[in-house]
Design a protein around this ligand. Structure first.
Ligand code: FPP
Length: 236
């Protein structure tokens, strides 16, 4: 199987470089994260205009708790504020919101906002916005196996579709394209199962500077690649 010249159905984004963006301007890191929210709005509307309606954003990893306490607190407050401010418009636009990751460590307020946003938008079909908070790909696989074991599945007979159905992302298509900003060439425990065949696109642009033109450049690069899914491509 191979596809050329196509549009990804699902894009995952590793939003990196907020801290560097802030440092370059003599600002606190929290200002970089605030600027990162503006970039999310731009990326979402550019993706929508291009015809891509499924986005997953890596907002906070299981490793991010080791950041300074004030920065973690700022990020958590930003998640709360942003969810509260954006959910009406996303709902009006027919976007289904989901949050993936381990919720138990999130504040009761954030958990409530997440549950409300998910419940309100559960029936929306025009777009899907998934936000990874306290997310780690390895933790996700461990959680999936634990939940299967807890529900009595015979683990000795476990197969890929069954495991997939127990991941946080059950029901979402696998990402076709993973975009990483700020230059690092790694996937950092993001969607490690789901992105097994995803195309990677790394840009030097720092996340707060990522705009519509950057998204279009990533889509153009994706369209130019040939996806082989482990097979061979005739005539090459
Ligand atoms: C990485 O930059 C960015 C983060 C760890 C946080 C990203 C979060 C946001 C943009 C807010 C998202 C909010 C919602 C509701 C989705 P970094 O701080 O690691 O940058 P650096 O590598 O330059 O230090």
């Amino acid at each position: 199987m191979a596809e050329t010249g196509s549009l990804p159905v699902h894009i995952g984004i590793i939003m990196d470089g907020n801290g560097r963006w802030a440092r370059q301007r003599g600002l606190r890191r929290s200002a970089g994260h605030r600027a990162g929210i503006r970039a999310i709005r731009q990326a979402m509307s550019a993706a929508d205009e291009a015809g891509v309606h499924c986005l997953t954003l890596y907002a906070f990893s299981t490793e991010n708790w080791s950041r300074p306490r004030y920065e973690v607190a700022t990020l958590m407050r930003l998640f709360e504020e942003t969810l509260q401010e954006e959910v009406d418009e996303l709902h009006q636009n027919g976007v289904r919101i989901r949050v993936i990751g381990r919720r138990a460590q999130l504040s009761a307020r954030l958990r409530r906002l997440v549950a409300d946003a998910e419940a309100r938008t559960a029936g929306n079909l025009k777009g899907q916005l998934t936000v990874a908070i306290n997310y780690g790909g390895r933790a996700e696989i461990v959680d999936a196996v634990r939940s299967l074991a807890g529900s009595g599945v015979d683990l000795a007979a476990l197969d890929e579709p069954t495991l997939e159905g127990a991941l946080y992302t059950a029901g979402l298509p696998d990402p076709d394209l993973i975009i990483r900003t700020a230059g690092e060439m790694r996937t950092s425990n993001f969607l490690i199962w789901q992105a097994a065949y995803a195309e990677l696109y790394v840009t030097q642009t720092l996340w707060p500077d990522f705009g519509a033109a950057d998204l279009r450049a990533a889509l153009a690069e994706y369209a130019a690649r040939v996806r082989r899914f482990g097979g061979i491509v005739e005539g090459r």
